[in-house]
Ligand binder design. Structure first.
Ligand code: FCX
Length: 435
C-alpha cells in the first residue's frame, strides 16, 4: 500500500472512532430547526450534511481544512520558479487534513502521471457523438465509458467486505483524477482543433500536463491552470456538484458513476455553466456597444436590460456567500500581476464596480457580489483560450479533486445511503392546520 493510502487509512480510523463517540454521546442533540420556507426554497441554511474537505463561511469564503485561499497560495508547494499552488497539494490537504510537503506533492504528480492511460474505447465513445455536442456532454460520456475500469464495482460484484469499500474507492479516485485531464483535453482538441491530439507529457505536474494536452504550453497559462485547478476544487458539501456526487455515491455507486452525476449538475447554468455564460454576456455586451471598452454608464444600461428581460446577471450572487468570493479575488490578483492591460479583464473589473449596486437596488438579491465564475473567462481568453463552451469542463476537472476526496471519506466513515424525508403540499396544509 502506498504511504498516502496508509496515512489516509490511519486518519480515517481515528476519525471513524471519534464520529462513533460523537453519535453515541450526542446523537440525539438538535443541530438545527427546519422551517416550511426552507423546505420549499432549496433547503437553504439547513445543516444536514457532513463534508470533511472544506467549510464555507458566508462572509469570509471557503476554507480548505482551515486554510483560506490566500493561505493556500502562500503555503502549498509550488513548481520551481512558480508562484501558484500545485493542485496536487490541495488534494493531499483535503484527503489527509495536513499541509503536504514538496515530496508528497511530487509523489501524487508521479502517481497520477503513471495512472493516466485512457483506453481507446473511451475516445471512441466520444467520437460517436456529433461534433455539435456540448463539451460537458462529451466529457461525461467519456467518464461514463471509463466506468468499465472501476475496481470498486468489480470488487463489489465479487463480494467485497464493507470494511474494504474505502480502499477500492481510493483506487478509483486516484485513477479517475489521473485520467480526467486526458479525457477533457481530448474533447477540446476534437471539438475545436480538428482532432489534432497532443500526447501527455509524464514529466509535467498534473495541471501543467493538462495545459500541455489542451495545446497551451505558455508558462503563464500553466500557472493559470494550477491556480484554476486549485480554486475550483471544492466549496463544502451542499453545492449541486458536491452534493450530487455524495448522494449518488451513498448508493454505493462507484466513483465514475457518482462523479458523472455530479458533473451533470455542474453543467447547469446556475452552477458551473455560469462561467461560460459570463463571458458570453460580456462579449455580447461589447458587440452590442460596437466593441472596445464600454463606459460605466453603458455597462449599467446593459445590466438593467439583462434584468428587464427576466435574466440573471451571470457570475453574481451566491446561495451561501455574502461577500466578494475570495476565488474571484485570487483571479483578480493573478490578473493584476500578469495581465494588467488586458481589455476584457478591465471590463470584468468595471462590471465589478457596477453590478453590485444595481443588484442591491432590487432588494431581493441576497448576495450582490461576484462569485468565482465572474472572472475566470477573461483570464482564459487572454491566453487565446476563447472557446467558452468548454470552460465548465475545466471547472469539472478541478471539482474532481474535492468531491472525490470527499467520496473517499464517505466510504471510510461508512456513511449510509442518503434518504431524507419528503412530504406533499397536502401534508404541509394539514400540518399548518395542526392535523
Ligand atoms: N442576477 C439577477 N437576479 C439574481 C441574481 C443575479 N446574479 N442572483 C440572485 N438573483 C435573484 C434570484 O433569481 C431570486 O429572484 P426571484 O425571487 O425572482 O426568483 C432572488 O434574487 C433571490 O435569490 P438569492 O436567494 O439571492 O439567490 P439563490 O440562493 O436563490 O441563487 C444563485 C443563487 C447563484 C443561483 C443566483 O445568485 C444566480 O442565479 N446567480 C447567477 C448565476 C451564477 O453566477 N451562478 C454561479 C454560482 C456559483 F458560483 C457556482 O456554483 O459556480
Amino acid at each position: 500500500m502506498g504511504y498516502i493510502k496508509e496515512k489516509f487509512k490511519v486518519k480515517a480510523e481515528e476519525l471513524g472512532l471519534e464520529v462513533k463517540e460523537l453519535i453515541k454521546n450526542h446523537g440525539s442533540r438538535k443541530i438545527d430547526e427546519v422551517t416550511i420556507g426552507q423546505v420549499y426554497q432549496g433547503m437553504r441554511g439547513i445543516t444536514g450534511l457532513v463534508s470533511e474537505t472544506s467549510l464555507l463561511d458566508a462572509n469570509e469564503g471557503i476554507r480548505f481544512r482551515g486554510y483560506s485561499i490566500p493561505e493556500l497560495r502562500e503555503h502549498l508547494p509550488k513548481t520551481q520558479g512558480g508562484a501558484e499552488p500545485l493542485p496536487e497539494g490541495l488534494f493531499y490537504l483535503m484527503l489527509i487534513g495536513e499541509l503536504p510537503t514538496e515530496a508528497d506533492v511530487q509523489y501524487l504528480s508521479g502517481m497520477w502521471a503513471r495512472r493516466s492511460h485512457v483506453p481507446n474505447y473511451v475516445f471512441d465513445a466520444i467520437e460517436a457523438l456529433p461534433i455539435s455536442t456540448h463539451p460537458m456532454t462529451m466529457f461525461n460520456v467519456g467518464i461514463m465509458a471509463l466506468q468499465t475500469e472501476s475496481v470498486f464495482a468489480k470488487a463489489y460484484a465479487e463480494g467485497m467486505s464493507k470494511k474494504d469499500y474505502w480502499s477500492y474507492m481510493y483506487e478509483d479516485t486516484m485513477n479517475l483524477i489521473a485520467r480526467l485531464p486526458h479525457i477533457a483535453a481530448y474533447v477540446y482538441r476534437r471539438k475545436y482543433k480538428g482532432g489534432h491530439h497532443i500526447q501527455p507529457n509524464g514529466m509535467l505536474d498534473w495541471a501543467a500536463n493538462f495545459a500541455h494536452m489542451l495545446g497551451y504550453d505558455d508558462d503563464g497559462f500553466k500557472e493559470l491552470m494550477r491556480l484554476y485547478m486549485t480554486i475550483h476544487a471544492d466549496h463544502e458539501g451542499g453545492n449541486v456538484s458536491a452534493h450530487t456526487t455524495h448522494l449518488v455515491g451513498s448508493a454505493l455507486s462507484d466513483a465514475y458513476l457518482a462523479f458523472a452525476a455530479g458533473m451533470n449538475g455542474l453543467a447547469g447554468p446556475l452552477h458551473g455553466l455560469a462561467n461560460q455564460e459570463v463571458i458570453k454576456w460580456i462579449l455580447n455586451m461589447r458587440e452590442e456597444l460596437g466593441g472596445g471598452i464600454p463606459t460605466k454608464a453603458q455597462i449599467e444600461q446593459y445590466v438593467r436590460k439583462t434584468l428587464s428581460e427576466g435574466k440573471v446577471v451571470p457570475g453574481y450572487g451566491h446561495a451561501v456567500l455574502r461577500k466578494t468570493d475570495p476565488r474571484f479575488t485570487a483571479q483578480m490578483e493573478f490578473a493584476k500581476k500578469h495581465l494588467q492591460n488586458d481589455e476584457l479583464v478591465r471590463i470584468v473589473w468595471m462590471v465589478y464596480d457596477t453590478v453590485p449596486g444595481i443588484l442591491q437596488e432590487l432588494g431581493k438579491v441576497k448576495n450582490p457580489w461576484p462569485n468565482v465564475d465572474a472572472h475566470s473567462g477573461a483570464l482564459l481568453v487572454h491566453y487565446g483560450f476563447v472557446e467558452y463552451e468548454f470552460y465548465t469542463v475545466l471547472f469539472g476537472v478541478s471539482r474532481a479533486l474535492g468531491v472525490l476526496a470527499s467520496l473517499c471519506w464517505d466510504r471510510a466513515l461508512a456513511l449510509p445511503i442518503e434518504r431524507p424525508k419528503s412530504v406533499t403540499t397536502e401534508w404541509m396544509k394539514l400540518f399548518v392546520e395542526g392535523k
